[in-house]
Design a protein around this ligand. Structure first.
Ligand SMILES: Cc1cc2nc3c(=O)[nH]c(=O)nc-3n(C[C@H](O)[C@H](O)[C@H](O)COP(=O)(O)O)c2cc1C
Length: 305
């Protein structure tokens, strides 16, 4: 067995495979398919202060190399999350990170304060990058000052691990990454979905009720790789990659580019066992390539001179 452990600051993951928020619920529905304790960790669906029903339907559309979604942060709200979901999550051996969203900066901090008093999770992922909600979401994460304020306020609400999830829908992701790092983020998640659109040629209507949505899946992997590359060059904190990972080669590509861990999103809808399989395949990759520890390959990208 190769040593697959990686460190996100103070937190060690048994392997670099994490689930991506919104594509794995809180993991409960996946228990018939895989052993959750084999994952590096779970990142939950976004949790907000109040329950939300999300956007109007249709809110999913398939595209040639991925999917569009406009779910709009549908969730049960923090109190029901604590009551109904947290006991399950607390019993898991893998790391648990709660994805947090809010309409205001204070809402992010309040959600975290409430989960903190219930106790048990390993950290938080701040969703300042959702393209599918009018308030909060991407409008926050596209602005370095706003990103800094959210990070600072939530930093005061917890000593636990905080990763800030960045949007690719900006001119300079590096500027926003630096703002989050300077305001106390322990890590950065790179990237959330890209704004996209699809049209039904028969009805001549957009396929999504919200017209545009977030594009995920293999189509965005090259963009995610480029963004990870741009971010790891300007920050010292770890970067968690998200975007288009479908197989073990994709995982290794992100690690070589400098990501410390990798989230799996859309691929869960195609193969619900994929996260556990990737942990096994990463071990096999190490064996075949005589790599003792996966850390040996992180950030080993060779640039053409
Ligand atoms: C149906 C769906 C729901 C999502 N919900 C969230 C969410 O609640 N919070 C969040 O930060 N990202 C959310 N995302 C973005 C994913 O976590 C991930 O960053 C993105 O899909 C890119 O990864 P992928 O190409 O592997 O899917 C969602 C994505 C999808 C497809």
């Amino acid at each position: 067995m190769a040593d697959l452990r990686v460190s996100l600051g103070k937190i060690t993951l048994t392997n670099p495979i994490l689930t991506a928020s919104g594509t794995f619920g809180t993991g409960e529905e996946f228990t018939p398919f895989l052993n959750l304790d084999r994952l590096g960790g779970i990142v939950t669906k976004a949790v907000t202060l109040e329950a939300r029903s999300g956007n109007a339907h249709p809110r999913i559309a398939e595209t040639p190399a991925g999917m569009l979604n406009s779910i709009g942060l549908a969730n049960v709200g923090v109190e029901a999350f604590i009551r109904e979901k947290l006991p399950f999550l607390n019993a898991l051996k893998c790391r648990v990170f709660v994805n947090v969203a809010g309409k205001t900066i204070d809402e992010f901090a309040e959600v975290i304060r409430r989960i903190e008093s219930a106790g048990g999770v390993d950290g938080y992922e701040l969703n300042v990058s959702c393209p599918n909600v009018k308030e909060g979401g991407m409008a926050f994460g596209a602005n370095p000052e706003m990103t800094a304020q959210i990070t600072e306020k939530t930093r005061r609400a917890t000593d636990k691990f905080i990763t800030v999830k960045l949007t690719p829908n900006v001119t300079s992701i590096a500027e926003i990454a630096v703002a989050a790092e300077q305001s106390g983020a322990d890590a950065l998640t790179v990237i959330n979905t890209l704004v996209g659109m699809a049209v039904d040629i028969h009805s001549r209507k957009p396929k999504l009720a919200t017209i545009t949505g977030g594009l995920s899946g293999p189509a965005i992997k090259p963009v995610a790789l480029a963004k990870v590359f741009q971010v790891v060059r300007v920050v010292k904190i770890p970067v968690i990659a998200s975007g288009g990972v479908m197989n073990v080669d994709d995982v290794v590509e992100f690690l070589i580019t400098g990501a410390t861990a990798v989230q799996i999103g859309t691929a869960n809808f195609i193969n619900p066992k994929i996260c556990e399989q990737l942990a096994d395949e990463l071990n096999e990759f190490c064996r075949l390539n005589q790599i003792d520890s996966i850390q040996e390959i992180i950030g080993t990208l060779k640039l053409n001179k």
